[in-house]
Every structure is written in C-alpha cells, then in structure tokens.
Design a protein around this ligand. Structure first.
Ligand code: COA
Ligand code: AMP
Length: 636
C-alpha cells in the first residue's frame, strides 16, 4: 500500500439537511434532521409532516405559477402532444385521487401501476401521493410472472393500467398480461383501465373500470397530510436472486433530497424545462420525470418513443428544440444508438437547441468514446453520474449547480454532498486511492435513499448492510483516483445492465434451469456495443433429453421472454457438454464472460476440466457469437 496517496475522504463536506428542508412546504416543519435511534435503520425528518403532491403541484399554483407548463407529453408513437399547466395538472390529479378514493383507496394502501408513458400514469402516481397511498409502478417490458411477483409482495388494493403500450413494431396488450399475472398471484383486485385508441378493449364489468368514465363522476380530493417517514412508493429492482427487491421510499426525505439535487447536481431552477428520457417504470422516471422537476417548479417532458426509429435518430433533438429543453438526462445506450444511425451528428447540427445547458448520463457505464462524441456534437457539458434505484438520486456526479465543471475520463465524478462514499477492502478498511474495492456508503444514508425493503427489514439488512459494518454496500466495485474522482468498474454480483435496464442473470438462470431438458446452465453478460451488456446462456442437455440442442435453445429464449419479459433481450443460448467449474463445483462465470468477449483469460488453477473452456468457445464460434478463437498462448 505504500506509495499510494491516501483515499480521499469521499465526502464533499457536511450537509445541512434541516436547511435543505426549507425547499419543501411542511404542515409540520421538522426540527430534527435524522433519528438513528433504531440503527442501522434511520428516519429522516421524524417530526415532519407534509404532502408530496401538494409540494409538486398545489404549492406552485398557490404561488401564482398556475399557468406555467408543468407537464408536456410528446408521443413519437402516435404524434400526440399535450401540455398541462400546473393548475390543470393539479385539477386532473385531484380528480384522479378522488376516483381512487371512491374505489376505496386510502392512506397506506398500495396501488400497482402498469402503464405506458402516458400523462395518466404520472397522474396516477401523484394521485396516490395526494392520498398518502403507496404506488408501485411496474415497467411495461416485464412479463406476467414478474408482474405477479410484485403483486404478491406489494398486495395492491387496485391496479391501474391501460389497454396497451406502444412499441415500434407492435402493440403491447396489457390486459392479458395483467390477467395472467393476477391469476398467478391469486389476486382478484379491480383494475382501472385507460382505454387507448390504438387498442380498443371491452371491459369486464366484474372487475374493470374505465378510466374516463370513472373520472367523470369523481370528486376532487385534497392532499392528505402524511408523516415524513410514511412510505411514498415501492419500486422493485433486480437482485441477485429471481425475487425482486421492493425498495421503499419515504415522503419527507425523498422530497427534500430530490429538491436539493435539482439545485446542486443539475443546476435546475423553477421555469426550466427538464427532460429525463426514461420510463416511469425505472427510478430515473420516478425521480426525474415525475417528482424532482415538479417539486422544483420546472416543466417536465414525458416522451413516448425511442431515441432511434421513431422515426429517426433526430427524435431526441426535435423534442429538445420543440420544447426548449434546458437539461436532458438519458442513458448512454440511447446516445450510442443515435450515434450508430447518425455518426456525423447531422440531426444535431440541424436542430436549434439554444436552451440546452447540459446532458446527464446514468444507468450504466458511459464509455468515454461515446461521451466525447456527444459532447463535441452538442457543445454543452456532458455529465456522467452514478446512482442506483436504492439511492433514489445521484451519489457521484460533477455538480453543475455547485459550479463544478471538472470531469475525468472514465469517472462518474466525485461524491455528491451528503454521501460519505468509501472504497473498502475485504476487511472493511478504506483502501488507498488507486486501489479497487467495494464501493460503500457510510451510514446513515442521506435522505431520499431507501429506508428498507417492503415487508422485509431483515432482507434489507442482510442484502445491503451486512457486508461492511456501518456501511451500505452498493454492489459496485470501483476506486478513487488521487483527486477524489470515483471510477466505477462494474458490479460484484450477477446484475447486468442491458440498454440501461437493470436485470439479474441469476433470475434468467432460474428460468433456463427449469427447462425439463436442461441439466445445468449459466447466463453471463457479454459486452454489447449498443446495449452495454447482453445476456448469453450456456446450457447442458440432460441425458435422454427429449429435444435437440437447437430446439432447446429456441425454447429457452422464448421462456425467458415469457417469464421475465422482452426487456431482458435474451436471444443467445448455446449447448455445451459441461460447464467450466472449479473442483469445488463453482461455475467459472468470469472466465465464460472473457470467452464470450474474446478477451484473454487465465484458467483457474482449480479448474475441474480445462477442456470445458474450449468447448464453450467452440460452441460460441459455431453459433456466430464469438469471433476469433483464442489460442492458449493468447491467454494471459
Ligand atoms: N413495454 C413492452 N415492451 C418493451 C418496453 C415496454 N415499455 N420497453 C422495451 N420493450 C421491449 C421492446 O419492444 C423489445 O422487444 P422485441 O424483442 O420484441 O424487439 C425489447 O423489450 C428490448 O427493448 P429495448 O431495450 O428498447 O431494445 P431495442 O433494441 O428495441 O432498442 C435502444 C434499443 C437502445 C434504442 C433502447 O434500448 C433505448 O431506447 N434505450 C434507452 C434506455 C433507457 O432510457 N433506459 C432507462 C434508464 S435511464
Ligand atoms: P439502477 O438501479 O437500475 O439505476 O442500476 C444501478 C446500477 O447501474 C449501479 O449499481 C451501477 O452498476 C450501474 N450504473 C448506474 N450509473 C452508472 C454510471 N454512471 N457508471 C457506471 N455504472 C453505472
């Protein structure tokens, strides 16, 4: 360790969260910032009371900003455009809240939202917040069995959905997915259905209510006062097993942290047009399509479409131009997709994007080449920043709002004020700068981060807090450089990022392993030039299997799509005579990853049968997945 500079403290200075609480309207102003009496759990603003929907909408109307645009909806799929002022959105949301209340939804009840990117989805979220109900939004790209797991865990009293979602090549019919999920989950709760003209449906009067008809009769509901520590939402995210983790966000800490992050990280102010090109099914959508821009009095943009193909690689720049977007946030994969179609940036050059001040990237590693390309094209700062579903807002960033400008190639920036970030060795000691280890955050986590897992305090502790006493383990590896920039190297578990979507290879392995013809399997992440990662499966046929390798490969691709969803993008699977393993039976997944990527590798000294490595390689070459064979000499 000698010769290395010490690890930077990892914290960008103390943070006065009680002062930050002034950004929020409280019905009971908090006098206490954080209660750690029940460590390792903590409760932010334990004596505070508020309503987050009041803060997102009513407050701005009361301040005379009712005519300012709160939400702009732009669908590249249908050509529809809508604009809601703060007053209009408040009135709509109050009626949606009244509709939910009329159907029996009250404080603390869970409402599951499975919807496309429509304004009604945002209204449903805010209406829950207005009533003190707990929303749980599920991304539309998940299949029925995944939806069922979330229904079982959250036990919603009602499901809000739509007749369809729109993907470029198909209409996604939601009602059959919901019906299948409810059957699996044994749930008979009613559904409110937004009927879209792109897919007409007849509703079942026994359990389905039409959104518009129900809304017509609804009385507006006033905001309900909630404790800062009451739950606002549950958002499920991939863990290392097939069981998703229900991240719980509170009301008060969340509102304060998001409002503060808009100032410090994004440099955003009331009146700015803020566009997070994501989906409300992900944390980026929760935080930066819905809550943070509205808490700040910005105009938020809701875009239904893709970065390319709807209709072309100019779609993003059209939206930026048409609505005068000031701050854009997306995943690097979207920029890679745009660059692939428009390498010269001709669409960018053609669009007048005078108002654009910065582009923020997150959700996966931003490769420096893509980052530099888009920075050259746009001529504004492009900021890579790092966070997770669990954290709710950025933990590592170059904070534009604090006047920071310096970025470092390959790094997501420095710790954001409020996060005490450490890189820890296996013994839990902070490592010196330059040395890689577990990226961890000292407890208590700042406000806005998860408070627990839904109904699973023990799982919260064992998943995140057990590895290093006094720290939250992020699951990422990384190192600080001598100047305090944190470089994220990747996950230390089996979570992968496919087109910015967080998925678990462990969950895919569970689906593959359940195939009756399969004896064992492994799913690993291959590097993908567009999506960052893509999953590749290896499977061993059972003796006496009923089907041949090609049929089984097709079958498991279909099963992963049906069980987890199209978003898993699981399209490649190869049969091998056996998996490479250590003598103690551990599958050498890291080596398989190297083989898929054509990277050199050192076979583990404890490998059971080295021939399995060449069998895996040959299978990949036969399937056209791996390119050039790696000779043993090439292997470092
Ligand atoms: N509902 C239903 N299906 C969905 C879906 C949704 N909301 N979102 C994606 N899917 C489906 C797609 O239709 C596709 O299905 P297919 O196999 O039938 O083609 C599959 O899931 C994979 O979709 P996607 O990840 O979008 O890949 P793609 O190849 O269609 O497009 C990109 C590639 C890069 C253009 C696209 O992934 C993209 O826009 N990425 C940006 C990601 C992003 O914003 N992430 C949020 C984190 S900030
Ligand atoms: P999610 O919970 O879907 O936001 O995914 C969080 C994970 O995505 C993190 O734990 C990282 O592994 C990865 N990630 C997010 N942002 C970045 C980034 N800027 N650089 C590298 N990895 C990132």
């Amino acid at each position: 360790m000698a010769g290395h500079p010490p690890q930077p403290s990892g914290v960008s200075g103390p943070h006065d969260w009680l002062a930050a609480a002034d950004l929020i309207d409280w019905s009971a102003v908090p006098r206490i910032d954080v209660d750690t009496g029940d460590a390792p759990f903590c409760r932010w603003f334990p004596d505070g009371r508020l309503n987050p929907c009041h803060n997102a909408l009513d407050r701005h109307v009361q301040a005379g900003r009712g005519d300012v645009a709160a939400l702009i909806f732009d669908s590249a799929m249908t050509g529809e455009r809508r604009r809601y002022s703060y007053a209009e959105l408040r009135d709509e949301v109050a009626r949606v809240a009244g509709m939910l209340r009329g159907m029996g939804v009250g404080k603390g009840d869970r409402v599951l939202i499975y919807m496309p990117l429509a304004p009604e989805a945002v209204m449903a979220m805010l209406a829950c917040a207005r009533l003190g109900a707990v929303h749980s939004v599920v991304f539309g790209g998940f299949a029925a069995p995944e939806l069922a797991k979330r229904i079982v865990d959250a036990q919603p009293v009602i499901i809000v959905t739509a007749s369809c979602g729109l993907e470029p090549a198909r209409v996604v019919e939601y009602l059959p997915i919901i019906a299948q999920a409810q059957a699996i989950a044994g749930s008979a709760v009613p559904r409110i259905v937004l009927r879209r003209p792109q897919h007409a449906v007849t509703l079942d009067p026994a359990g389905e209510h039409d959104w518009h008809a129900s809304l017509k009769n609804a009385q507006p509901a006033d905001p309900v006062d909630v404790a800062a520590t009451d739950p606002l939402y549950i958002l499920y995210t991939s863990g290392t097993t097939g069981t998703p983790k229900g991240v719980v966000r509170d009301n008060g800490g969340h509102a304060v942290a998001l409002a503060k992050s808009m100032q410090t990280v994004y440099g955003a102010r009331a009146g700015d047009v803020f566009w997070a090109a994501s989906d409300i099914g992900w944390v980026v959508g929760h935080s930066y399509i819905v809550y943070a821009p509205l808490l700040t009095g910005c105009t938020t943009v809701l875009y239904e479409g893709k970065p390319v193909g709807t209709p072309d690689a100019g779609a993003f720049w059209r939206v930026v131009r048409d609505y005068g977007v000031n701050i854009l946030f997306t995943a690097p994969t979207a920029i890679r997709a745009i660059r692939r179609e428009d390498p010269e940036g001709s669409h960018i050059a053609a669009a007048d994007m005078e108002g654009l001040r910065a582009l923020f990237l997150a959700g996966e590693r931003a490769d420096p080449d893509t980052l530099q390309w888009i920075e050259r094209q746009l001529g504004v700062p492009v900021i890579d920043h790092w966070w997770q579903t669990e954290l709710g807002w950025p933990a590592i960033a170059t904070c534009l709002g604090l006047g920071e400008r310096e970025t470092r190639q390959g790094s997501a920036g420095r710790p954001v004020p409020g996060f005490d970030i450490a890189v820890l060795g296996p013994d839990g000691a902070r490592l010196p700068a330059g040395e890689s280890g577990d990226v961890a955050i000292a407890l208590p986590l700042p406000p806005g981060c998860l408070t627990t897992l839904w109904g699973n305090d023990a799982g919260f502790v064992s998943t995140y807090l057990a590895a290093h006493s006094g720290y939250y383990a992020t699951g990422d590896n990384g190192f600080f450089d001598a100047d305090g920039f944190l470089h994220i190297m990747g996950r230390s578990d089996d979570i992968i990022n496919v087109a910015g979507h967080r998925l678990s290879t462990g969950a895919m392995e569970q689906v593959v392993a359940a195939h009756p013809d399969i004896a064992e399997c492994a799913v690993v992440a291959a590097a993908d030039p567009l999506k960052g990662h893509r999953p590749v499966g290896f499977f061993v046929l059972r003796a006496g299997a009923e089907h041949d390798e090609a049929a089984v490969a097709r079958d498991i691709v279909a099963r992963v799509r049906a069980e987890i969803g199209p978003v898993a993008a699981f399209r490649e699977a190869v049969a091998v005579p056996g998996l490479p393993k250590t003598r103690s039976g551990k599958v050498l997944r890291a080596t398989l990853r190297c083989i898929v990527d054509g990277q050199p590798y050192t076979p583990a000294a404890t490998i059971e049968d080295p021939a399995m490595l060449s069998h895996a390689r040959d299978a990949l070459i036969r399937a056209g997945i791996a390119q050039a064979p790696l000779s043993q000499e090439d292997s470092a």
